[in-house]
Design a protein around this ligand. Structure first.
Ligand code: HDD
Length: 663
């Protein structure tokens, strides 16, 4: 068991088989009736048990996160692949095989705590490394750029995407007037919008998305040599997405789709893995690129600045208590260890203030670092004292520095012995409220992203654009968006104009660039696998060879559920779901191994088949389609007759050749 788990164990409480007590330890003899004057009379003040129970309940809720409110988390371990001390003195990266406990929280950004998980949104990917030198937080997203360049615009941006303040509509959606009004009037968002409208914003699973630190940080080695650095998480299962129609339906059928997927897979031992990589730019190469490397609306194309892989994270343990761990975890980009430092990226600089500040209101005071999930696994000592909920009992008379009573302890540690030292960068200038000219190109990388997409990805982006902007009621905002994105691609903007009922753009030339970065496409180097994909087998009492079918699928690490017209046992297997409690959108593919005589059941099965086909997913018909009211499904490479060919179709996942038929 790792150090963090050992530490957390000290705080765990198992209430099973214990007597019921008050918080003072008093055994309670009765817990269902308040203390009254007569069994039909008023409740009396004296009832301390009622008051304690009710007061605690009344105070159970804490403010949800102002952004990233909807999230889920898991424990794991990070393993260092190689000694990276040539680039950073961070100890958790300094030794091959070194293991560091981690806690990761995935989230959506815009929605409230109870909102659906498959909405179109950026996903948060925040990792806390419990290192021997203190906690290091890598607070990232699944998209490598951001909407704005300067943190002072963050409240405006978030206000625009949140539900509109007059009627609190819509929940967890960017498809509304204020969001698109902000975008059209803040054109630095162009590159991020291209990612936001791509399939990246509707991931199939938290286990199948990349993570990015987004901001530019610094690595510093023991000799004081510095590199600018960007962080990447690369999922071993590859990057995969839902399709939009499916994502919207899942939001209703299973609003917990992503947390359920993560939780179930960890419970089943399918531990998600991600490799940690870094892009490095030497300090002296700061100005060698055709973009400003401090601008958070820019990527460093992987073709120009390769990703060096440093280690692997495995998520292998679910939380015991959602509130205590997932809700109370407090991330902060300023939680760093020696060897990791900041750049002057103006978004990062503002984040350095916001995270601690927000924890003060959310977690109720300055002692949130003492909550079990937030405690470092190394000792911590200083002269900070008191405050709401203080748990540490600091002994002795001294809480100040310098002192003689304790020989000046706790004592500062020189950098040579592990004390944190900020990178000494020379900075000079006038105090100004301004943006650097080098941050003014908003469209080159947006166009680069567009030019790097495959045809299918382009088609999805145009459809997403048309949906989102089509939901905007104000015509002038729709027109402004069309004008803005003509800078990215005139055809795209012209088609968008047609789809959302406004004039074609006046701009007839996009920004001048022919550059591409194939690494930003999900389809250029896909990782195909059957592992952990979820399949429904449609069964009835006539289904044959069910055991063999299940075994063949499980041998390829496929998760199987049996679906039938009613809850029943079929050949010794209990059916998991009925055609009513299951839904085709919750599976990666369907095997039809039974059909139904009853027309209503057959209609429901037809719906399963049609939806699966329309979402480009594999279908196997192991029984002849001699149904009473058959539907016509064109035979194509994802529609097969054997389990073996189904597995191959499932490995590939989506069969985009259907795009023409589906529209
Ligand atoms: Fe942020 C939460 C990621 C810009 C202010 N942010 C939060 C979380 C993630 C990110 C993953 C959720 C952490 C968790 O699971 O508890 N944020 C980002 C990224 C950004 C970014 C990758 C751009 C590079 N954020 C950003 C800016 C500001 C904030 C510019 C403010 C100046 N973010 C916050 C916050 C939150 C937060 C208000 C809400 C809850 C919390 O911090 O703990 O402080």
């Amino acid at each position: 068991m790792n150090k963090k788990q050992q530490q957390l164990d000290q705080f765990k409480s198992d209430d099973s088989n214990q007597p019921l007590t008050t918080n003072q330890g008093l055994k309670v003899s009765e817990d269902e009736h308040s203390l009254k004057v007569g069994s039909r009379g008023p409740t009396i003040m004296e009832d301390f048990h009622f008051r304690e129970k009710m007061t605690h309940f009344d105070h159970e809720r804490i403010p949800e996160r102002v952004v990233h409110a909807r999230g889920t988390a898991a424990h794991g371990v990070f393993e260092c692949y190689e000694d990276a001390s040539d680039i950073t003195k961070a100890k958790f990266l300094s030794e091959k095989g070194k293991q560091t406990p981690v806690f990761v929280r995935f989230s959506t950004v815009a929605g409230s705590r109870g909102s659906a998980e498959t909405v179109r949104d950026v996903r948060g990917f925040a990792t806390k490394f419990y290192t021997d030198e203190g906690n290091y937080d890598l607070v990232g997203n699944n998209i490598p750029v951001f909407f704005i360049q300067d943190a002072i615009k963050f409240p405006d941006f978030i206000h625009s995407v949140k539900p509109e303040p007059h009627n609190e509509i819509p929940q967890a959606q960017s498809a509304h007037d204020t969001f698109w009004d902000f975008i059209a009037n803040n054109q630095e968002s162009a590159h991020m919008i291209m990612w936001h409208l791509s399939d990246r914003a509707i991931p199939r699973s938290f286990r199948m998305m990349e993570g990015f630190g987004v901001n530019t940080y610094r690595f510093v080695n023991a000799e004081g040599q510095a590199h600018f650095v960007k962080f990447h998480w690369k999922p071993k299962l590859g990057v995969h997405s839902l399709v939009w129609d499916e994502a919207q339906k899942i939001a209703g059928k299973d609003p917990d789709f992503h947390r359920r997927d993560l939780y179930d897979n960890i419970e089943q031992g399918n531990f998600p893995e991600y490799e940690l990589g870094v892009q490095l730019i030497a300090q002296e190469d700061e100005f060698k690129f055709d973009f400003d490397i401090l601008d958070p609306t820019k990527i460093w194309p992987e073709e120009e600045v390769p990703v060096r892989i440093l280690g692997k994270m495995t998520l292998n343990n679910n939380v015991n208590n959602f509130f205590a761990e997932t809700e109370q975890v407090a991330f902060h980009v300023g939680h760093v260890v020696p060897g990791i430092d900041f750049s002057n990226d103006p978004l990062l600089q503002g984040r350095l203030f916001s995270y601690t500040d927000t924890q003060l209101i959310r977690l109720g005071g300055p002692n949130f670092h003492e909550l079990p999930i937030n405690r470092p696994v190394c000792p911590f000592h200083n002269n900070q004292r008191d405050g709401y909920g203080r748990q540490t009992i600091n002994v002795g008379p001294v809480s100040y520095h310098k002192n003689s009573i304790q020989q000046n302890t706790p004592a500062p540690v020189p950098p040579s012995e592990g004390g944190y030292e900020h990178y000494q960068e020379k900075v000079e200038g006038m105090k100004v409220r301004a943006r650097s000219e080098s941050f003014e190109d908003h469209f080159s990388q947006a166009r680069m992203f567009w030019l790097s997409m495959t045809d299918i990805e382009k088609d999805h982006i145009l459809k997403a654009f048309s949906f989102e902007v089509g939901k905007v009621a104000r015509r002038d905002i729709r027109q402004q968006v069309v004008e803005m994105f003509a800078n990215v691609d005139v055809d795209l903007a012209t088609q968008l104009a047609m789809n959302v009922g406004v004039q074609p753009p006046k701009i007839t030339q996009p920004v001048e660039t022919t550059k591409t970065s194939p690494a930003v496409s999900q389809f250029v180097n896909p990782i195909f696998s059957t592992e952990t994909k979820k399949v429904a087998i449609i069964v009835n009492q006539k289904t044959e060879n069910l055991g063999a079918i299940i075994d063949t699928l499980k041998a390829k690490k496929v998760a199987v559920e049996l679906v039938s017209d009613k809850q029943q046992a079929i050949l010794n297997f209990d059916v998991d779901h009925t055609l009513d409690t299951a839904s085709p959108v919750l599976y990666d593919g369907i095997i039809v191994a039974g059909k139904f005589d009853e027309p209503k059941a057959q209609n429901k099965l037809n719906h399963f088949i049609e939806e699966t086909y329309n979402h480009y997913k594999p279908l196997a018909f192991l029984v002849a389609p001699d149904m009473q009211n058959p539907i016509t499904i064109p035979g194509d490479e994802g529609v097969v007759q054997t389990v073996e060919s189904f597995l191959e179709a499932l490995r590939i996942g989506r069969h985009w050749n259907r795009a023409k038929a589906i529209g």
